[in-house]
Ligand binder design. Structure first.
Ligand code: FMN
Length: 175
């Protein structure tokens, strides 16, 4: 499809969207992710209506966006497969909303679902950010249907406020 080929030239990072409904954890690789608003702090993820995570996010009313590092390509591949996902071998913590967050990801935001807006065969899930953190490292990239990586700029090595997983919980309401 030409749209896919054209938009494949738009280099992106790679995330795993996670959620938890009752005891069920679910995750899905996604790059249709954007920082929609700063005030209020809103995130938007575009989710295929046929994907199974869609119904779990609606039921759970929350999602987290885990931004992957260059070392986490295997997680992107794992969570891009249809069906139940194995969370084995991933260092995780349950965040404020109940969604699992990956402790070794480059950054994460934890969101409470606010709105679901139809967009053709996808739905835009809009969430208010209630927690988040950043860490040092190199991002995983996706370009023209392939994974790539980028050396981080020197400034990305400087310690960032809130870079520990504990610090993220201090950030409630202060994004
Ligand atoms: C790099 C990459 C980015 C993706 N981005 C999205 C996305 O933004 N939204 C989406 O609905 N699917 C996206 N997908 C496809 C889903 O990861 C895939 O359909 C997944 O199997 C759905 O899982 P589920 O149906 O078990 O929930 C992407 C896949 C890859 C490899």
């Amino acid at each position: 499809m030409l749209q896919r080929r054209i938009m494949g030239r738009f280099a992106t990072g790679v995330t795993v969207i996670t959620t938890r409904h009752d005891e069920t954890l679910w995750g899905m690789t996604a790059n249709a992710v954007l920082s929609l608003s700063l005030d209020p702090p809103l995130m938007l993820v575009s989710i295929d209506r046929r994907s199974q995570i869609h119904e779990y996010i609606v039921k759970a009313q929350c999602f987290a966006v885990n931004i992957l590092t260059a070392q986490q390509e295997h997680l992107s591949r794992r969570f891009a497969m249809r069906g139940p996902k194995a969370f084995s071998g991933i260092a995780m913590e349950i965040s404020a909303t109940g969604a699992p967050i990956f402790l070794e990801s480059l950054a994460f935001v934890d969101c409470r679902l606010e709105q679901v807006v139809e967009g053709g065969d996808h739905d835009m899930m809009i969430g208010t950010i209630v927690a988040g953190a950043v860490r040092d490292g190199a991002p995983l990239l996706f370009y023209a249907g392939q994974y790539a990586s980028l050396a981080p700029p020197a400034s990305a090595h400087a310690p960032v406020e809130g870079s520990s997983i504990d610090a993220c919980f201090d950030h409630y309401g202060s994004f």
